[in-house]
Design a protein around this ligand. Sequence first.
Ligand code: SF4
Length: 238
Amino acid sequence: MNIQPTYSSLDFPGKMALVLFTPGCDLRCKYCHNPQLLKNETLTKWDIEEIEEEVEKNIDFIDGIVLSGGEPLLHLDVIKNFIRQAKNNNLLVKLDTNGLHPNEISEIINDLDYVAMDIKAPLDKYYKITDIYPSNVKETINKTIDIILEHEVFLECRTTYVPKLLEPQDIKDLTKEIRCNMYTLQQFRNRVTYDSRLADYDEPNPNDLVNILNNLDIPIPEIHLKSNQFGNQIIKKG
Ligand code: SF4
């Protein structure tokens, strides 16, 4: 099976969810902690049926599903099946995405309850994080944000902070470019990375990350930090 289902109470805030990691992604982030998922594989009828059975078996224990990856929107037809099944059973649906597929997200937006979207770097500086990315990142990310907010779906934007790749000023710049309900800065972890050279990079000190967030002057209503040491910390709310 190509999709490994995992149960988690952390991936969908406040909910117990079945997380489905789909294969394939159109970026190659140097810090990607799911490098085994980057090769795009076709999902077979059997993969899909197994997942549907897993959801069916656990409907009483979960509040929702999380479509994660990789980039789930590369498998639009498949995830439409999962979403239909979830909605038929009154489950919530969260999508994790890199934000570069506005046409695909517009086809499922009416059935989404929560979107977590990666903002890798200032929108004209994706080269800092990945060697492969589309030329029109800014336009595409903004189009995706417009679709999500127009449909009043909760939008969390999030950035992984790798000190040797990003600077505090990058976080200031990128948070001025985006619109969302919540922004999360994630501490880089060096245990599993797509680019093996990052295994030698230090993980940032969470106190430095708090300082970066406390120095932001932005209208985003809710700001969080996720770190290994302190878990999910609310830096600003309301
Ligand atoms: S971190 Fe996310 S967007 Fe980046 S390569 Fe990995 S799966 Fe793709």
